[in-house]
Design a binder for this molecule. Sequence first.
Ligand code: KIV
Length: 279
Amino acid sequence: MNGDLNIPTCNEFNSMLGKPTINDFVALKGQRKIVCLTAYSAPMANVLDPHCDLLLVGDSVWMVVYGMDNTQSVDLNTMIRHGQAVMRRRKSALVVIDLPSGSYEISPEQALVSANEVINKTGADAVKLEGGREVRESIERILSAGIPVMGHLGLTPQSIYKFGTYTVRAKEDMEAEQLRKDAKMLDEIGCFSVVFEKIPAQLATEVSKSIHCPTIGIGAGSGCDGQVLVLPDMLGITQEFSPRFLRRYLNMGEQMNSAIQQYVKDVRSRDFPNADEQY
Ligand code: KIV
């Protein structure tokens, strides 16, 4: 309950309505591994929702759906549109939406305005934003307004112009030490979870054990509390991207290719449409 006001908290409301809650998600730490995938559309959300604890409307949408080279220039409206589509089909998974680059770094006020817009227009459960100490005040401002925040450390694709490459982060002692401090800080200020992207497995395991909130890894080894993959990558829709951490569960690109070749054949041979497929 919310102190003296005696009104239920957002978590309690959701729980009463049978909706997923942040508390339920956090409680999974230490109980079982947490399953997350990215989702960008209603049909995808429909398929994923029964299987996943969390659906991430990642700014990776800009690369894997729109074909851009990086996530840099995606805007808030695009994230909102995809967030709305996913929310139309979510039933039991938490939905988290990425705040895009440029929508939270200028000031804590800017961060809160962006987070509010995303949550109010989509009804999603939380926002995710990249970075540690440099965005601490923005995260605190969003949290102070009651919006749950997921952190993101290690390889932070929105900083691609700063780092210049997508290679493994925090291999050197100094960067690893900074990551430990940032993770501790995000945990202490109240992030409900933190994504670790492309960092050494040993470091991810150590930090996962030392903080209270669940850690979700992508290229960060098996010691994280859960895993996330970018859906079109794990389904083999995107084919040009094959980092070591990526396990492909399907080769959908190839399957689509043969289906389309068959369709071409059928149209050209007048096999499609047949008598049952017309009015
Ligand atoms: O944008 C995204 O899909 C992400 C995941 C890689 C964690 O941030």
